[in-house]
Design a protein around this ligand. Structure first.
Ligand code: PBG
Length: 337
């Protein structure tokens, strides 16, 4: 019998998997620490960091522990940090958001002076941490007839512009527009430019879905929210609508657009990547973090391998950068490799 015998495979893709060296040169997608952004929580009035029980390894920071964690992220080679503030007092319009002495703005100034040369210091721009009702916008005087709250979109835009100016004045390099109000990118860009902040980058949370995986985040920011955000965040069944939102944000002047959550919306991520020209980032959210941590804690999966595979998958689907609570740890792992 001659070799190869009839019927033997002439095409052998396995050749590209034959050794670590061949696999390394054949790998299509790379993961680098500079592509990771670390979300961080800072809570007003804390004297000691408070662990978030549903996110093992993540804490609400004091100003001091925030600075230390940001320095550690910078030293590990992480690309940026995204700051969330948890104020001591909340009200109907989220006054703490645009107060220069509000926790988020104070923390931003501290981080910009500490690590501003090494990291892209980014701030969440949304009212939900600052409102007593926990919604991302201000409520209309009439709450309507149904069970859905009525968010006053255009009144909220005014609050967002005030918040954007406060964050830009605090030195934030990039504002993360996560509130999902119509016209937010255009309104904030115009407001910033009018005050001379033409260099402040805007990240449009274009395709932000109403997801069950935000659960642990609500603990992280002591959320007061009752009900849900389905009148402003996207329905998880909608793919085209996510692409449409990304195109709108790009047209309104977003420097970067976001798809969020990441792992349950990888198809949307791929399509948005193909549809726009600006960088596309994805947010691996609290529930995605909790899910892997819980399985790993039970010994059901290999923690490090699962984390790195999840990040690589998000990159493969089209994310230019990934917001992840594992950013610093993953950056250390990538350095070891
Ligand atoms: C809104 C905001 C949320 C998250 C980031 N920004 C919560 C929400 O929309 O309910 C969630 C992040 C996460 O779950 O890790 N300011």
């Amino acid at each position: 019998m001659s070799f190869p015998a009839a019927g033997f495979p002439a095409i052998r893709p396995r050749r590209l998997r034959r050794s670590p060296a061949v696999r390394a040169i054949a790998r299509e997608t790379s993961l680098e620490s500079r592509q990771l952004v670390l979300p961080m929580f800072v809570r007003e009035g804390l004297t000691e960091a408070v662990p978030i029980s549903s996110m093992p390894g993540v804490a609400q920071h004091t100003m001091d522990s925030l600075r230390r964690a940001a320095v550690e992220a910078a030293e590990a080679g992480v690309g940026g940090v995204m700051l969330f503030g948890v104020p001591a007092v909340r009200d109907a319009i989220g006054s703490g958001a645009d107060d220069p002495d509000g926790i988020l703005n104070v923390a931003t100034r501290a981080l910009v002076s500490e690590v501003g040369d090494a990291l892209v210091v980014q701030t969440d721009l949304c009212l939900d941490e600052f409102t007593d009702h926990g919604h991302c916008g201000v409520l209309a005087p009439s709450t309507g007839s149904g069970t859905d709250p009525v968010i006053d979109n255009d009144a909220t835009l005014e609050r967002y512009v005030a918040m954007a100016l406060a964050q830009a004045r605090a030195g934030s390099h990039l504002l993360g527009l996560s509130g999902m109000m119509d016209g937010q990118v255009a309104a904030i860009r115009k407001g910033l430019d009018a005050e001379g902040f033409t260099d402040t980058l805007l990240l449009g949370y274009a395709a932000k879905y109403a997801s069950a995986f935000y659960g642990p985040f609500r603990e992280a920011v002591d959320s007061q929210l009752e009900g849900d955000r389905r009148t402003y965040q996207l329905d998880p069944g909608n793919r085209r609508e996510g692409v449409r939102e990304a195109l709108i944000d790009e047209a309104e002047g977003a420097d970067v657009v976001m798809v969020k959550p990441a792992m349950s919306f990888l198809d949307v991520l791929r399509e948005v990547r193909d549809a726009v020209q600006v960088p596309v980032w994805a947010y691996q959210i609290s529930g995605e973090y909790a899910m892997i941590e819980a399985a790993a804690a039970n010994g059901w999966i290999d923690r490090r391998a699962a984390v790195l595979e999840s990040l690589l998958s998000i990159r493969r689907a089209g994310a230019d950068a990934v917001l992840t609570y594992w950013a610093t740890e993953a950056a250390h792992w990538l350095r070891e490799r």
